[in-house]
Design a protein around this ligand. Structure first.
Ligand SMILES: [Zn+2]
Ligand SMILES: [Zn+2]
Length: 331
C-alpha cells in the first residue's frame, strides 16, 4: 500500500507502507477515491504548524469506499464514505457541553497523527460517515472543508438579502461565497488578487472588489477567510453597526479598535472546524442540490504519482482546491 510520507518539513516522498492488519472490532478500512490538499497540509509541509509532528503521513480530506470492516461495525463494504480527521473523546468537559470541535484531547490527522494521503486508510468507525451513492466524488471530497463553513454560518443569521462580505477567496472563502449566494445573500468577495476575484465572479456571479479598493461598503456579516492580520482588521472595519464578524482564518494576532466594537455593538465570533457528524450532514444536504454548484472551486486533479506537482500548485496560493486522485494507485 502506497502513500505520502513527510519526513521533515519540505521532504515529501511516495512510500510503500505495510497494510495494518487485522482490523480491530470497531475499525473500518477505506480505499481512497480522492484526497483534497488543504491550507493546513501546506502549513505542515512548510513546518509552520507548531503542534505538527514528523515524520507524518499528510492529508485529511477524502472521499473513499469501505473495503473491510471490523466485527462490530455496521457498514457494508462498497459504501461511499467521508471521515472527520479531527478526533474527539466524547467525555471531556468540552465534548460533554457539545463542543466536540474543541475536545481537550483532539488529534488532527495529517498534523500530529498520520493522515490519509495513501491508497487505503484504517480508522475507527466513529469518525466515518456514509454518504449517498449519488453524491458525486468531486463534490463529496469537499465535505470536510465545507463543514467548516456550515459550522461558521451557524454563528450569524444569513438569509435572503443579508449583505455578506467574504475576505479571502481560497477554498474556504469560495465555499462561504457559494453558500451565502445559495442562501440568497448579497455577497461581496474581497481578495488581494484580481485573478482570484475574476474566478469567483465567473463561478458565482457575485460582486467583487480588491482589498485595497474597499471604500465605504459595510456588511451585515463579514467572514474572514484569509487568515492574515490585515484581513481581520479590515473585517472589523467593514461590518455594519450591530453586525457580526466570523473569523475562520487562523491569524496569530491583530489590532482591533475596541471602542468601535463596543460602541457599534459588533459581535466577533471565532469558529473552528465543525461538529461531527451534524455539520457534515448539512453539507451532504446542500451538495445533493444540483443548484448548489461547488465544482468551480476545484482547480486541478492530479494522480497520486504527481503529488509533487499537486503540492507546487497548492503552495502557489493562486488556485482553488487541488485534488489527488487515488483511483489509479501509485503508478
Ligand atoms: Zn482541510
Ligand atoms: Zn473530548
Amino acid at each position: 500500500m502506497w502513500g505520502l510520507h513527510l519526513k521533515n518539513p519540505g521532504e515529501l516522498e511516495l512510500k510503500e507502507f505495510p497494510v495494518e492488519s487485522p482490523l480491530k472490532e470497531n475499525e473500518v478500512r477505506i480505499k481512497l477515491i480522492y484526497g483534497g490538499i488543504c491550507g493546513s497540509d501546506i502549513g505542515v509541509y512548510k513546518g509552520k504548524i507548531g503542534h505538527a509532528k514528523y515524520p507524518v503521513r499528510p492529508g485529511h480530506e477524502l472521499v473513499g469506499r469501505v473495503i473491510e470492516v471490523g466485527e462490530k461495525v455496521d457498514l457494508k463494504t462498497g459504501t461511499k464514505v467521508v471521515v472527520t480527521p479531527n478526533t474527539f473523546c466524547g467525555e471531556c468537559e468540552n465534548c460533554q457541553r457539545g463542543y466536540r470541535n474543541i475536545c481537550s484531547f483532539k488529534e488532527s490527522l495529517g498534523v500530529n497523527v498520520d493522515g490519509i494521503f495513501s491508497e487505503e486508510i484504517t480508522i475507527s468507525s466513529k469518525y466515518v460517515l456514509p454518504i449517498p451513492e449519488e453524491l458525486q466524488d468531486e463534490k463529496a471530497v469537499l465535505i470536510e472543508p465545507f463543514a467548516v463553513i456550515t459550522h461558521a454560518f451557524e454563528k450569524a443569521f444569513i438569509t435572503k438579502g443579508t449583505t455578506v462580505g467574504v475576505i479571502g477567496c481560497g477554498t474556504e472563502g469560495m465555499l462561504s461565497i457559494a453558500l451565502a449566494n445559495f442562501l440568497g445573500a448579497k455577497v461581496t468577495a474581497i481578495d488581494i488578487y484580481q485573478s482570484k476575484l475574476e474566478k469567483v465572479k465567473a463561478a458565482f456571479g457575485v460582486h467583487t472588489v480588491l482589498a485595497h479598493e474597499v471604500k465605504d461598503e459595510k456588511f451585515d456579516v463579514v467572514i474572514e477567510a484569509a487568515g492574515v492580520k490585515q484581513a481581520v482588521e479590515q473585517a472589523v472595519g467593514v461590518v455594519k453597526q450591530g453586525g457580526s464578524v466570523i473569523l475562520i482564518g487562523l491569524t496569530p494576532e491583530a489590532t482591533l479598535p475596541i471602542v468601535q466594537i463596543v460602541r457599534n455593538e459588533i459581535t466577533i465570533h471565532g469558529s473552528i472546524i465543525y461538529n461531527f457528524p451534524e455539520d457534515f450532514s448539512k453539507c451532504v444536504d446542500y451538495l445533493l442540490n444540483d443548484d448548489f454548484d461547488v465544482k468551480p472551486i476545484i482547480s486541478n486533479i492530479f494522480p497520486l504519482k504527481e503529488f509533487k506537482k499537486a503540492y507546487i500548485y497548492a503552495i502557489s496560493g493562486q488556485c482553488g482546491k487541488i485534488l489527488l486522485d487515488f483511483k489509479g494507485g501509485h503508478i
